[in-house]
Design a protein around this ligand. Structure first.
Ligand SMILES: [Zn+2]
Length: 453
């Protein structure tokens, strides 16, 4: 826990309830929380003894939030998938992701998490919601990731994905891992837990019921992929006579603590159920484009009142790249440049992501730059060449910001990167270790993937 810190001489960007810029502003933090926000001259006079960070005219902003990611995805970078190129998303799962998660050992779980946490600090992403799978290094895997998160000094909500694809013993063990970690996370201030489920298409009726039973009394929701590809909907109809969202609702899986990722192929009734149950949806446009699964109707969902958040699904933790992709994708999809307004992107990436992170960390209120919220802050070395105002800020971010402009990252009042120097993680050592262990992971992957051809 950091003592007091005065970040001064910057332009403070707050978003709650509306965007506001404080020129020549400052933020004073104490005990890991934002204590005061205001003009630099006033705060400097009031807190003369505080350790200072001179923002040198940079923007002082709340840290970014990623609503859905997979740390272990880092090990897929540059990996060759054996055989002919997968023709659709179900084949991508069978040939890429499922053999890869089976190839992970404990060291690979730790290493891939650290690689992503370095990336998150460098890109100013201070809260991440991860979805993990490592069936051959299952028990305790969430502790391994949580330790890495604590070492980094970031904030994360973790879960283990329950699936039936590795047999009943493995699904039972993964339910136990969620239950165990939901209890263990209570003593970790910067790590939260939820109950992970892979997707309707790899979960049978008994397992879904067992998960709902196991979660009862633990004050948790679930984190599950929904209708990423139409195969999920057809599988659910075949298995249960219900569409995916109806099926999950029947099992008591939905609600205001549950995250459903993607929702590319849900229908209108499913959207209404999501709204009525206050279930969170996450949108991952880079992943959807890469997998060729289609485009979620996020504008329609937002209009309906569904809280849609922005995640990255294992892509880089540069959330502004996800902003830009969302902004562009819906325009080309509809052939209409008026679609996906900058304020829609802000609604997802700022307001809804902050509300979702606040569900996991109610006392921290991550993503809010207001007194009483956690001091999760970044400095952005952006000096606009055109007028910058609260009203046009989203378009400065969309057209002017680059990930490399993040120079300083602070989480819970602790400086994790200062002037681009990482203070909690040794990037060179983490990178070297990752390159050392990945060849063996890829070799195991190749052996498993070859059997899917
Ligand atoms: Zn995902």
């Amino acid at each position: 826990m950091a003592e007091s810190l005065l970040i001064t001489n910057g332009t403070v960007v707050t978003w709650e309830p509306d965007a506001e810029l404080i020129e020549k502003g400052a933020v004073y933090t104490e005990g890991g929380q934002i204590a005061e926000v205001g003009k630099a001259a006033e705060l400097e006079g009031r807190y003369p003894g505080a350790e200072r960070i001179d923002a040198r005219g940079q923007l002082i902003m709340p840290g970014n939030i990623c609503a859905h990611t997979h740390f272990y995805g880092a090990f897929a970078r540059g990996m060759a998938i054996p055989g002919p190129a997968p023709k659709d998303f179900p084949q991508i799962l069978e040939r890429l992701w499922w053999p890869l998660d089976q190839a992970l050992d404990e060291e690979a779980v730790r290493s891939s998490a650290l690689v992503c946490l370095v990336d998150a600090i460098k890109h100013g992403t201070t809260t991440l919601i991860d979805h993990h799978a490592s069936p051959n290094a299952l028990e305790g895997s969430l502790d391994v990731i949580a330790d890495a998160v604590d070492q980094a000094g970031l904030r994360a909500a973790l879960c283990y994905e329950v699936t039936d694809r590795y047999g009943p013993e493995s699904s039972k063990a993964s339910i136990e891992e969620n239950v165990r970690f939901l209890k263990a996370a209570r003593s970790r201030p910067n790590v939260a837990a939820t109950f992970g489920l892979h997707a309707s298409l790899t979960l049978d009726e008994e397992t879904l019921a067992a998960c709902a039973d196991a979660a009862r009394g633990l004050e948790t929701g679930f984190h599950i992929h929904v209708a990423e590809h139409e195969a999920d909907e057809y599988d659910s109809l075949n298995k249960s006579g219900r569409r995916v969202i109806d099926r999950l609702q029947a099992h008591g899986i939905l609600g205001e603590r549950t995250i459903v990722a993607h929702c590319v192929h849900i229908d209108l009734r499913e959207a209404e159920i999501l709204r009525d149950t206050r279930t969170w949806v996450t949108h991952q446009p880079r992943s959807n484009m890469n997998n060729g699964v289609g485009v979620a109707d996020v504008e329609g969902l937002l209009r309906l009142g569904v809280p849609v958040c922005l995640g990255n699904d294992g892509f880089s933790n540069n959330m502004w790249a996800e902003w830009k992709t969302a902004y562009l994708l819906h325009k080309v999809w509809h052939r209409d440049p008026r679609r996906a307004n900058g304020m829609d992107i802000v609604q997802m990436a700022i307001h809804n992501n902050a509300a979702l992170a606040g569900m996991f960390f109610p006392e921290a209120s991550p993503g809010m730059l207001v007194p009483g919220a956690a001091a999760d802050l970044i400095l952005v070395d952006y000096h606009p060449t055109t007028p910058l105002s609260a009203g046009n800020l989203p378009w400065h971010i969309l057209f002017g910001f680059e990930a490399s402009m993040v120079t300083t990252t602070i989480c819970a009042g602790r400086v994790l990167m200062r002037d681009r120097e990482l203070l909690t993680l040794d990037e060179a050592a983490i990178t070297a270790r990752s390159r050392e262990i990945v060849p063996a992971v890829w070799e195991r992957y190749n052996g498993i993937a070859a059997q899917t051809l």
